[in-house]
Each structure stands twice: as structure tokens, then as C-alpha cells.
Write a protein of this length. Structure first.
Length: 313
């Protein structure tokens, strides 16, 4: 083979290798995308924001169901078994997940494993001062602090930092891309936070009642006050006497907003709203709970819109 032919051949081989490497990289850090299972659609959205094309993420729960009461099906167990990373809310938010892990008997998802991420670590928790116990000594849900910490949008920062670290442990070659993706996400989050804060500012100090203890982080971030909940024990229907006292208090205090979720007991919401004179507004606690809440940032777009519209009436 003559010199020019050798040079051409070398160029062809180089081009083939370049295309192969490019394909491998775009497929996910020199291989197939990481398979991630997330305990919620909110964590799914944040993993996707950081991981980009290098992750394939599935949520184990629907955004339209009570996140504390989930039945894990065999198909979900199979997806967990084949996953590279499990990302969970943590605390006692997912009692169902602990049962699933015991059934799965997968050592990769034990605490401390690089394949396991508890996103609550490093979060400043609310309502964490005193663990609440049932009379049978079994911990209540929220017994170690309020678990709905993702509903403070600023917590998107530490959550995404933990996700960045977890993905980098599994795919060191992807660290630069993961960090770039997270930087873009934080830029968008910072800009939107200024918009949300501006829209919520006129309603700072507004007193509201909530159905479930989902909203303390959202309230703290945007300056309104939750004075009571219709469900004083998470997951337990309120007693009629408690509701009657709550409604009387709402009337006396002039409380005009009742925050509900898509899966709230509609009869309780209707009863409290009608008898107290408050307006019931359904906020969306998780990504995908409404078509307008398609990712982590649009979740807050929608909730700020709904809150301000209801508060302005």
C-alpha cells in the first residue's frame, strides 16, 4: 500500500473512532445511560436536570397519590433490581420503600452504598425538634421532621448537589457534564425564584389552613403562615370535634385560604371551606400532578400562580 493510501486509511479509521467515541459519550459517559429509580417524580425531575442524556430515570410513585401510602408492585421491584442508583426522599416519608428493600434483599441499596442516595441528608429540616410517637410507640409519619422539603425551591440547590455527587461516584467521566447541567439548572432556578418571590411578596403574613402538613417549606420560603391543618395526625382522618373547633377558629381569625392537594379528602375540604367561608385552593405537591407542573421549576410556577390568584380574590 502506497503512502497516500495509508494516510487516507488512517484518516478513515480516525473518523470512525471519533464517531464511535461521540456515540458512546452521548449515550451516557462511555456506555448506556445510568438506570435510576427515584422515590418521587420531584426527585426524578432533579436527577434528569443534573444527569441529562446520561441518565434514564423512573419514578416509583405517581404524583396523584398520597406519597406515604404506596403499594409497590412486582414490576417496580424488577426495575429497582436492575437500577444503578436509588434516590429517595428519606426520613419516614416512604415506609413502603423500606418494605420493598427488605423484599428485594439488594445489598447495593443499603445505606452508605454508592448506589443509594438519601436526598434528605444536608437539608435544614422543619418540625424536627421532637419526634412524635403514637400511643403504641410507633413513629408517626413526619416523626423525624417534615419530609416535604423539596417544596422550598431553594432546596433544589442541596438536593441537586447530592445528586451530582452520586452520579459522579458512579460515572466519574461524566462529572464535567453533570456539573455543567447542574449549573444551568441553578441559573434558571435563581431567576425564577426572584419572579416567584416578587409575586408572593404582597401576601407575606397571610394566614392559611392546610389539609396536610405538606406546605411548611413553601410557606417559610414565601412568607405566609400555616396556622393549622385539618389533618393533625398525618394520614389519619380528623375527628368531627376537631374539625368543628378548627372551623370556629377560622371564622374568628378571618382565615380565608384552605390549601388542599389533589388527593385530599374532597368531602372534608368542601365542609371546611363552606362552613368557614374560606376559599379552597388545590396546590400541586409533586411534579406531574398537573399538566402545567411538568418539571421542578414549572411546579413552582403553577403553585405560585394558584396561591396568588386565590389570595387576591
Amino acid at each position: 500500500m502506497h503512502g497516500p493510501e495509508i494516510d487516507i486509511r488512517k484518516k478513515e479509521v480516525t473518523a470512525v473512532w471519533a464517531l464511535a467515541l461521540l456515540f458512546a459519550w452521548t449515550a451516557g459517559a462511555w456506555g448506556a445511560p445510568l438506570r435510576v429509580v427515584a422515590a418521587s417524580t420531584d426527585l426524578k425531575s432533579l436527577v434528569e436536570a443534573v444527569g441529562g442524556d446520561q441518565v434514564h430515570v423512573e419514578s416509583l410513585t405517581s404524583p396523584l397519590q398520597d406519597p406515604h401510602a404506596v403499594e409497590v408492585k412486582p414490576g417496580q421491584l424488577a426495575r429497582m433490581k436492575s437500577a444503578d442508583l436509588l434516590v429517595r426522599v428519606g426520613l419516614d416519608h416512604e415506609p413502603w420503600l423500606q418494605r420493598a428493600l427488605l423484599s428485594l434483599k439488594e445489598p447495593r441499596f443499603e445505606r452508605g452504598s454508592p448506589n443509594y442516595l438519601d436526598a434528605s441528608k444536608g437539608i435544614e429540616l422543619l418540625q424536627a425538634e421532637t419526634p412524635r410517637l403514637r400511643t403504641d410507640q410507633a413513629a408517626h409519619l413526619h416523626g423525624f421532621g417534615n419530609t416535604h422539603y423539596w417544596l422550598d425551591p431553594e432546596n433544589g440547590g442541596p438536593i441537586s448537589a447530592a445528586i451530582l455527587a452520586a452520579l459522579t461516584r458512579l460515572v466519574p467521566a461524566g462529572q464535567s457534564d453533570f456539573a455543567t447541567n447542574r449549573g444551568r439548572f441553578l441559573d434558571r432556578l435563581e431567576k425564577r425564584l426572584k419572579v416567584w418571590s416578587g409575586k408572593m411578596a404582597p401576601y407575606a403574613g397571610t394566614k392559611v389552613v392546610a389539609v396536610h402538613e405538606s406546605w411548611p417549606y413553601f410557606a417559610r420560603r414565601f412568607g405566609f403562615t400555616i396556622v393549622a391543618v385539618t389533618e393533625p395526625t398525618p394520614g389519619v382522618p380528623p375527628a368531627p370535634a376537631y374539625l368543628a373547633e378548627l372551623i370556629q377558629h377560622m371564622r374568628a381569625a378571618g382565615i380565608k385560604l384552605l390549601l388542599a392537594e389533589p388527593y385530599s379528602n374532597s368531602s372534608v375540604v368542601k365542609q371546611v371551606a363552606e362552613r368557614s367561608g374560606a376559599r379552597a385552593v388545590t396546590l400541586i405537591p409533586s411534579v406531574g400532578g398537573d399538566a402545567e407542573a411538568s418539571d421542578y421549576l414549572s411546579l413552582f410556577d403553577l403553585n405560585v400562580k394558584r396561591f396568588t390568584e386565590a389570595a387576591a380574590r
